[in-house]
Design a protein around this ligand. Structure first.
Ligand code: FEO
Length: 393
C-alpha cells in the first residue's frame, strides 16, 4: 500500500511494458495510470481510475487499502486511460457517484455509456467535503482535452493535476527520485500532447498560482514533492523564448538529400547554430517532438518520390503542424530527378505553424558546387534571422 500522506493512497497501476500510446506515441520508459484514494472522516473519494487493461490492479489496490465503500469517483478527464475502469468501479461500489464537470460528463456518457443518474456535476472552484478533508475542483481546460480539470486537496496541499505535468515514465518510486531523468520524460510528454495548447496552459499555470501547493500528483509518472521543479519547466516550455537551434528532419533514398544534409549541418555548426538531425525512417517521433519544443528553426529534407514529396518527410511536416511548436522559421532542402513540387507540398502541410518560410534549396540529382553554395546561403540566412530575434549569443 503506497501512501502520499495520511489517508491519501496511490491505487493506480504501473504499465512497464507498454511501448505505444494512441498507436502513435512511442513509450520508451513505459507509463503509469495513477489513481488516488482519499479517505475523509465521512466520505471516501477515488480520484481517477486506470486504463481498462489494468482494472484488476486498481481493484486489488483498492482492496489493500481496506476501503469498504467509495462515495465519489472524481473523473478529471474522459480519456480512457483514466476513465476506462469507471464502469467496473461503479459496479463494484453501487452507491458511488461520478463527480465531474458538465463537459466531461457528456464525454463519459458518449465514451463509456455511464448512466446519467450516476453523475454529480461540479463547477470550477466548487468544493466537496469528505469530512476532515476537502476537495476543491479546478478547471484546467486543454491539458490536453477541453474538459480536463484537477483537484486541490486543501488540508494536505496536494494538487491532483491529471495529465497536466505528467510523464510517461514507469517507476517503482512513488515520488520523483532523479529530477533530470523525469525532466526528459516530462518534456517528451509535453511535446507529444501538450505543446499544441501552449496558450491555454499559460492561463492554467497562472490559475494555479493562487493555490499553496506542496505536492503535484499527476495521472502519469512519479509524483512531484518539489512542485516548483515541474512548474518552472512548464513556464519555460510555454514561453515565447526559442533557442539558437535548427531541427533538421530528413529522409534520403539515394544519398543526394543526405549529401545536402551533411554539408548543410556542417555549415550550421560552423556558424555557431546548434543542430538536431533526424533520419526520419528510423526516428523516434517523441525525440523529434521534444526537439521542436525549443528550436527556432525547422528544416525538412525531402527528396522526390512518385512525383511528389517523400511520404516520410510529409509525415514529419504533418506532425510538426499538429504539434504547433513555437518555431519561428522553416525551410526545405530537396532533391529531385526530373520534376519537383516538394517544397510547395511541404509548405501546404504546415498551415498551423506561425513561421517565416525561408527560400528552399532544390537540387536536380546529386548536389554540385552551386548547390552547396545555395545551402551555405540558407545557413547564412538562418543565422541572420536568429540574430534578428536576439537568440545568438
Ligand atoms: Fe492520460 Fe489524456 O490521458
Amino acid at each position: 500500500m503506497r501512501q502520499l500522506k495520511p489517508d491519501v493512497y496511490f491505487v493506480g497501476a504501473i504499465d512497464w511494458d507498454r511501448r505505444l500510446f494512441d498507436e502513435l506515441i512511442p513509450l520508451p520508459d513505459g507509463t503509469s495510470y495513477n489513481a488516488y484514494l482519499v479517505k475523509g472522516s465521512d466520505k471516501v473519494a477515488l480520484l481517477d481510475t486506470v486504463d481498462p487493461t489494468k482494472t484488476d490492479v486498481l481493484i486489488e489496490n483498492l482492496i489493500k487499502t481496506g476501503v469498504e465503500k467509495i462515495d465519489y469517483v472524481i473523473a478529471h478527464h474522459a480519456e480512457q486511460d483514466h476513465s476506462g475502469s469507471i464502469p467496473d468501479v461503479l459496479t463494484l461500489y453501487p452507491d458511488a457517484k461520478v463527480v465531474t464537470n458538465l463537459k466531461c460528463k457528456g464525454m463519459l456518457i458518449d465514451l463509456l455509456e455511464i448512466s446519467e443518474d450516476r453523475f454529480i456535476t461540479v463547477d470550477d472552484g466548487e468544493e466537496l467535503s469528505l469530512g476532515d478533508k476537502t476537495l476543491k475542483f479546478v478547471y484546467t481546460p486543454w491539458v490536453h482535452w477541453p474538459e480536463t480539470m484537477g483537484t486541490y486537496l486543501k488540508e494536505d496541499k496536494i494538487f491532483f493535476s491529471c495529465d497536466f505535468f505528467g510523464s510517461h515514465f514507469a517507476t517503482s518510486g512513488l515520488f520523483v527520485e532523479d529530477e533530470s531523468v523525469v525532466y526528459e520524460a516530462a518534456k517528451r510528454y509535453y511535446a507529444e500532447i501538450m505543446m499544441p495548447f501552449r496558450g491555454p496552459i499559460k492561463k492554467n499555470l497562472e490559475k494555479l498560482e493562487s493555490l499553496d501547493i506542496e505536492m503535484i500528483a499527476t495521472s502519469h509518472g512519479p509524483i512531484y514533492d518539489n512542485p516548483g521543479f515541474i512548474v518552472d519547466a512548464y513556464k519555460e516550455w510555454v514561453s515565447d523564448e526559442v533557442k539558437n537551434e535548427v531541427v533538421l528532419a530528413y529522409v534520403s533514398m539515394h544519398n543526394s538529400t543526405r549529401k545536402m544534409v551533411e554539408h548543410f549541418v556542417e555549415g550550421l555548426i560552423e556558424r555557431g547554430i546548434a543542430v538536431k538531425q533526424f533520419d526520419l525512417p528510423v526516428t523516434d517521433i517523441g525525440e523529434l517532438a521534444m526537439s521542436l519544443v525549443d528550436a527556432a528553426t525547422i528544416v525538412i529534407g525531402a527528396p522526390t518520390v512518385l512525383a511528389g514529396v517523400h511520404p516520410a518527410a510529409g509525415y514529419a511536416a504533418m506532425l510538426a503542424n499538429a504539434l504547433r511548436p513555437k518555431t519561428r522559421f522553416a525551410s526545405v532542402i530537396s532533391s529531385y530527378g526530373w520534376a519537383s513540387r516538394g517544397p510547395e507540398q511541404i509548405t501546404n502541410l504546415i498551415p498551423h505553424l506561425k513561421v517565416e518560410l525561408l527560400s528552399p534549396v532544390v537540387v536536380k540529382g546529386s548536389p554540385k558546387n552551386d548547390d552547396f553554395a545555395a545551402l551555405d546561403k540558407l545557413a547564412d540566412n538562418i543565422l541572420c534571422k536568429h540574430k534578428e530575434i536576439g537568440i545568438v549569443g
